[in-house]
Design a protein around this ligand. Structure first.
Ligand code: IPE
Ligand code: IPE
Ligand code: MG
Length: 247
Protein backbone atom coordinates (compact mmCIF):
# COMPACT_ATOMS: atom_id res chain seq x y z
CA UNK A 1 0.00 0.00 0.00
CA UNK A 2 2.72 2.41 1.03
CA UNK A 3 4.42 1.96 -2.35
CA UNK A 4 1.40 3.37 -4.17
CA UNK A 5 1.25 6.29 -1.76
CA UNK A 6 4.92 7.07 -2.36
CA UNK A 7 4.48 6.88 -6.13
CA UNK A 8 1.54 9.29 -6.24
CA UNK A 9 2.36 12.78 -7.45
CA UNK A 10 0.59 15.05 -5.01
CA UNK A 11 0.88 18.02 -7.35
CA UNK A 12 -1.31 16.44 -10.02
CA UNK A 13 -4.10 14.77 -8.11
CA UNK A 14 -7.57 14.58 -9.61
CA UNK A 15 -9.65 17.25 -7.84
CA UNK A 16 -12.80 15.20 -8.19
CA UNK A 17 -13.20 11.42 -8.20
CA UNK A 18 -16.59 9.89 -9.01
CA UNK A 19 -17.29 6.28 -8.12
CA UNK A 20 -19.89 3.73 -9.22
CA UNK A 21 -19.86 1.44 -6.20
CA UNK A 22 -20.94 -1.83 -7.77
CA UNK A 23 -20.87 -5.52 -6.87
CA UNK A 24 -22.31 -5.62 -3.35
CA UNK A 25 -24.87 -8.27 -4.29
CA UNK A 26 -22.41 -10.52 -6.10
CA UNK A 27 -19.91 -10.20 -3.27
CA UNK A 28 -22.59 -11.35 -0.80
CA UNK A 29 -23.57 -14.23 -3.07
CA UNK A 30 -19.96 -15.33 -3.27
CA UNK A 31 -20.03 -15.58 0.53
CA UNK A 32 -23.37 -17.42 0.55
CA UNK A 33 -25.16 -14.44 2.16
CA UNK A 34 -28.19 -12.32 1.27
CA UNK A 35 -27.62 -9.22 -0.88
CA UNK A 36 -28.15 -6.81 2.02
CA UNK A 37 -25.10 -8.34 3.73
CA UNK A 38 -23.16 -7.04 0.74
CA UNK A 39 -24.62 -3.56 1.14
CA UNK A 40 -23.71 -3.53 4.84
CA UNK A 41 -20.14 -4.44 4.00
CA UNK A 42 -20.21 -1.84 1.26
CA UNK A 43 -20.64 0.82 3.96
CA UNK A 44 -17.30 -0.22 5.42
CA UNK A 45 -15.70 0.42 2.03
CA UNK A 46 -17.40 3.83 1.82
CA UNK A 47 -15.85 4.75 5.16
CA UNK A 48 -12.37 3.59 4.17
CA UNK A 49 -12.41 5.21 0.72
CA UNK A 50 -13.80 8.51 2.04
CA UNK A 51 -11.07 8.69 4.67
CA UNK A 52 -8.34 7.74 2.21
CA UNK A 53 -9.54 10.27 -0.40
CA UNK A 54 -9.54 13.07 2.18
CA UNK A 55 -6.10 12.09 3.50
CA UNK A 56 -4.70 11.96 -0.04
CA UNK A 57 -5.91 15.47 -0.79
CA UNK A 58 -8.89 14.78 -3.06
CA UNK A 59 -11.28 17.76 -2.89
CA UNK A 60 -14.46 16.12 -4.18
CA UNK A 61 -15.61 12.51 -3.91
CA UNK A 62 -18.95 11.58 -5.47
CA UNK A 63 -20.42 8.16 -4.76
CA UNK A 64 -23.30 6.58 -6.67
CA UNK A 65 -25.36 5.11 -3.85
CA UNK A 66 -28.83 4.61 -5.39
CA UNK A 67 -30.01 5.18 -8.94
CA UNK A 68 -33.55 6.04 -10.04
CA UNK A 69 -33.56 2.60 -11.71
CA UNK A 70 -32.74 0.89 -8.39
CA UNK A 71 -36.38 1.39 -7.27
CA UNK A 72 -37.10 -1.54 -9.58
CA UNK A 73 -35.32 -3.96 -7.21
CA UNK A 74 -37.24 -6.24 -4.81
CA UNK A 75 -39.08 -4.14 -2.21
CA UNK A 76 -37.23 -5.81 0.65
CA UNK A 77 -33.86 -4.80 -0.74
CA UNK A 78 -34.99 -1.22 -1.42
CA UNK A 79 -36.38 -0.86 2.12
CA UNK A 80 -33.22 -2.30 3.63
CA UNK A 81 -31.06 0.04 1.56
CA UNK A 82 -33.06 3.11 2.62
CA UNK A 83 -32.78 2.03 6.26
CA UNK A 84 -29.05 1.43 5.89
CA UNK A 85 -28.65 4.92 4.46
CA UNK A 86 -30.33 6.51 7.48
CA UNK A 87 -28.17 4.51 9.88
CA UNK A 88 -24.99 5.23 7.96
CA UNK A 89 -25.53 8.97 7.69
CA UNK A 90 -26.33 9.17 11.42
CA UNK A 91 -23.34 7.02 12.42
CA UNK A 92 -20.87 8.78 10.18
CA UNK A 93 -21.53 12.41 11.16
CA UNK A 94 -18.93 12.28 13.94
CA UNK A 95 -16.26 10.95 11.58
CA UNK A 96 -17.16 13.52 8.93
CA UNK A 97 -16.82 16.30 11.50
CA UNK A 98 -13.52 14.90 12.76
CA UNK A 99 -12.14 14.72 9.22
CA UNK A 100 -13.54 18.11 8.19
CA UNK A 101 -15.65 16.59 5.39
CA UNK A 102 -18.76 18.30 4.02
CA UNK A 103 -21.68 16.03 3.14
CA UNK A 104 -23.64 16.80 -0.01
CA UNK A 105 -26.28 14.92 -1.98
CA UNK A 106 -27.48 14.98 -5.58
CA UNK A 107 -30.62 13.36 -6.95
CA UNK A 108 -34.37 13.59 -6.53
CA UNK A 109 -34.15 13.75 -2.74
CA UNK A 110 -37.81 14.68 -2.24
CA UNK A 111 -38.88 11.24 -3.47
CA UNK A 112 -36.85 9.46 -0.76
CA UNK A 113 -38.62 8.04 2.32
CA UNK A 114 -39.02 10.80 4.93
CA UNK A 115 -36.56 9.27 7.42
CA UNK A 116 -33.86 8.90 4.78
CA UNK A 117 -34.51 12.40 3.48
CA UNK A 118 -34.43 13.96 6.96
CA UNK A 119 -31.25 12.15 8.06
CA UNK A 120 -29.55 13.33 4.89
CA UNK A 121 -30.66 16.94 5.20
CA UNK A 122 -29.57 17.10 8.83
CA UNK A 123 -26.17 15.57 7.93
CA UNK A 124 -25.71 18.14 5.17
CA UNK A 125 -26.64 20.97 7.53
CA UNK A 126 -24.33 19.78 10.32
CA UNK A 127 -21.30 19.46 8.06
CA UNK A 128 -21.90 22.51 5.85
CA UNK A 129 -18.91 24.49 7.13
CA UNK A 130 -16.39 21.66 6.71
CA UNK A 131 -13.66 22.43 4.21
CA UNK A 132 -11.26 19.57 3.57
CA UNK A 133 -13.36 17.51 1.14
CA UNK A 134 -16.89 17.43 -0.23
CA UNK A 135 -18.46 13.99 -0.12
CA UNK A 136 -21.45 13.85 -2.46
CA UNK A 137 -23.89 10.96 -2.37
CA UNK A 138 -25.81 10.42 -5.59
CA UNK A 139 -29.12 9.23 -4.22
CA UNK A 140 -32.20 8.59 -6.29
CA UNK A 141 -29.98 10.07 -8.97
CA UNK A 142 -29.86 9.54 -12.69
CA UNK A 143 -28.30 11.72 -15.31
CA UNK A 144 -31.33 11.68 -17.58
CA UNK A 145 -33.52 12.83 -14.68
CA UNK A 146 -31.02 15.61 -13.93
CA UNK A 147 -30.82 16.76 -17.56
CA UNK A 148 -34.60 16.63 -17.94
CA UNK A 149 -35.03 18.83 -14.87
CA UNK A 150 -32.40 21.28 -16.14
CA UNK A 151 -34.13 21.50 -19.53
CA UNK A 152 -37.45 22.24 -17.83
CA UNK A 153 -35.94 25.07 -15.78
CA UNK A 154 -34.04 26.54 -18.72
CA UNK A 155 -37.07 26.45 -21.01
CA UNK A 156 -39.20 28.17 -18.36
CA UNK A 157 -36.55 30.89 -18.10
CA UNK A 158 -36.59 31.31 -21.87
CA UNK A 159 -40.36 31.51 -22.05
CA UNK A 160 -40.62 34.07 -19.24
CA UNK A 161 -37.80 36.13 -20.76
CA UNK A 162 -35.23 35.65 -17.93
CA UNK A 163 -32.76 34.35 -20.50
CA UNK A 164 -32.61 34.37 -24.31
CA UNK A 165 -32.18 31.20 -26.39
CA UNK A 166 -28.81 32.60 -27.53
CA UNK A 167 -27.66 32.62 -23.89
CA UNK A 168 -27.83 28.83 -23.72
CA UNK A 169 -24.31 27.43 -23.77
CA UNK A 170 -22.31 24.71 -22.12
CA UNK A 171 -21.63 26.77 -18.97
CA UNK A 172 -25.29 27.66 -18.56
CA UNK A 173 -26.31 24.01 -18.82
CA UNK A 174 -23.65 22.98 -16.27
CA UNK A 175 -24.93 25.70 -13.95
CA UNK A 176 -28.41 24.14 -14.03
CA UNK A 177 -27.28 20.66 -13.04
CA UNK A 178 -27.28 19.30 -9.49
CA UNK A 179 -23.47 19.40 -9.67
CA UNK A 180 -23.36 23.17 -10.39
CA UNK A 181 -21.04 23.78 -7.41
CA UNK A 182 -18.73 20.83 -8.13
CA UNK A 183 -16.06 20.64 -10.86
CA UNK A 184 -16.37 17.86 -13.45
CA UNK A 185 -14.66 14.64 -12.30
CA UNK A 186 -11.21 13.93 -13.71
CA UNK A 187 -11.51 10.27 -12.75
CA UNK A 188 -14.45 7.83 -12.72
CA UNK A 189 -13.99 4.48 -11.02
CA UNK A 190 -16.40 1.55 -11.45
CA UNK A 191 -15.92 -1.63 -9.47
CA UNK A 192 -17.17 -5.19 -10.10
CA UNK A 193 -16.07 -5.65 -13.71
CA UNK A 194 -19.01 -3.88 -15.35
CA UNK A 195 -17.98 -1.54 -18.15
CA UNK A 196 -20.90 0.85 -18.33
CA UNK A 197 -22.00 4.22 -16.99
CA UNK A 198 -25.54 3.31 -15.81
CA UNK A 199 -27.02 6.80 -16.10
CA UNK A 200 -24.33 8.49 -13.99
CA UNK A 201 -23.06 12.05 -14.59
CA UNK A 202 -23.39 11.76 -18.38
CA UNK A 203 -22.82 15.46 -19.04
CA UNK A 204 -20.06 15.85 -16.46
CA UNK A 205 -17.89 12.94 -17.67
CA UNK A 206 -17.36 14.28 -21.20
CA UNK A 207 -13.55 14.26 -20.67
CA UNK A 208 -13.25 12.10 -17.57
CA UNK A 209 -10.74 9.24 -17.42
CA UNK A 210 -12.40 5.87 -16.73
CA UNK A 211 -10.94 3.24 -14.44
CA UNK A 212 -12.55 -0.19 -14.27
CA UNK A 213 -11.64 -2.90 -11.80
CA UNK A 214 -13.02 -6.41 -11.29
CA UNK A 215 -12.95 -6.00 -7.51
CA UNK A 216 -16.39 -6.00 -5.86
CA UNK A 217 -17.18 -2.81 -3.94
CA UNK A 218 -17.01 -4.33 -0.40
CA UNK A 219 -13.44 -5.44 -1.20
CA UNK A 220 -12.32 -2.07 -2.58
CA UNK A 221 -9.67 -0.81 -0.17
CA UNK A 222 -7.33 2.17 0.23
CA UNK A 223 -4.64 0.53 -1.87
CA UNK A 224 -7.12 0.10 -4.74
CA UNK A 225 -8.04 3.78 -4.67
CA UNK A 226 -4.39 4.77 -4.67
CA UNK A 227 -3.76 2.36 -7.56
CA UNK A 228 -6.59 4.02 -9.53
CA UNK A 229 -5.14 7.49 -8.85
CA UNK A 230 -1.71 6.30 -9.97
CA UNK A 231 -3.18 4.85 -13.15
CA UNK A 232 -4.92 8.16 -13.80
CA UNK A 233 -1.63 10.01 -13.38
CA UNK A 234 -0.08 7.93 -16.13
CA UNK A 235 -2.75 8.87 -18.67
CA UNK A 236 -2.28 11.57 -21.28
CA UNK A 237 -5.31 13.85 -21.25
CA UNK A 238 -5.46 15.44 -24.68
CA UNK A 239 -8.88 17.14 -24.74
CA UNK A 240 -9.05 16.77 -28.51
CA UNK A 241 -5.53 18.01 -29.18
CA UNK A 242 -2.51 16.03 -30.36
CA UNK A 243 0.21 14.64 -28.12
CA UNK A 244 2.79 17.08 -29.55
CA UNK A 245 0.68 20.08 -28.65
CA UNK A 246 0.79 19.15 -24.99
CA UNK A 247 4.56 19.42 -24.58
C1 IPE B 1 -24.10 -1.72 -5.83
O1 IPE B 1 -24.09 -3.10 -5.74
C2 IPE B 1 -25.00 -1.06 -4.82
C3 IPE B 1 -26.25 -0.50 -5.34
C4 IPE B 1 -26.58 -0.44 -6.61
C5 IPE B 1 -27.19 0.01 -4.37
P1 IPE B 1 -25.21 -3.97 -6.40
O2 IPE B 1 -26.34 -4.11 -5.45
O3 IPE B 1 -25.58 -3.44 -7.74
O4 IPE B 1 -24.49 -5.36 -6.54
P2 IPE B 1 -24.50 -6.33 -7.82
O5 IPE B 1 -24.11 -5.50 -9.00
O6 IPE B 1 -25.89 -6.87 -7.94
O7 IPE B 1 -23.50 -7.39 -7.49
C1 IPE C 1 -25.29 1.45 -10.64
O1 IPE C 1 -25.25 0.12 -10.30
C2 IPE C 1 -25.96 2.22 -9.56
C3 IPE C 1 -25.25 2.29 -8.27
C4 IPE C 1 -24.05 1.85 -8.06
C5 IPE C 1 -25.97 2.92 -7.22
P1 IPE C 1 -26.35 -0.92 -10.82
O2 IPE C 1 -25.94 -2.26 -10.32
O3 IPE C 1 -27.70 -0.46 -10.45
O4 IPE C 1 -26.19 -0.81 -12.40
P2 IPE C 1 -26.53 -1.81 -13.56
O5 IPE C 1 -27.98 -2.17 -13.41
O6 IPE C 1 -25.67 -3.00 -13.40
O7 IPE C 1 -26.23 -1.06 -14.81
MG1 MG D 1 -24.88 -3.70 -9.59
Amino acid sequence: MSTFLEEIDHTSLPRHIAVIMDGNGRWAKKHGKPRIFGHKNGVQAVREITECAAETGIEYLTLYAFSTENWGRPALEVTALMHLLVETVKNEIKTLMKNDIRLNAIGDLNQLPKKTHDALISGIEMTKDNKRMTLTLALNYSSRWELTEAIKVISTKVSDGTIATEDINSELISAHLTTHNIPDPELLIRTSGEHRVSNYLLWQIAYTEFYFTDIFWPEFKKQHLLEAILDYQNRERRFGKTSDQLI
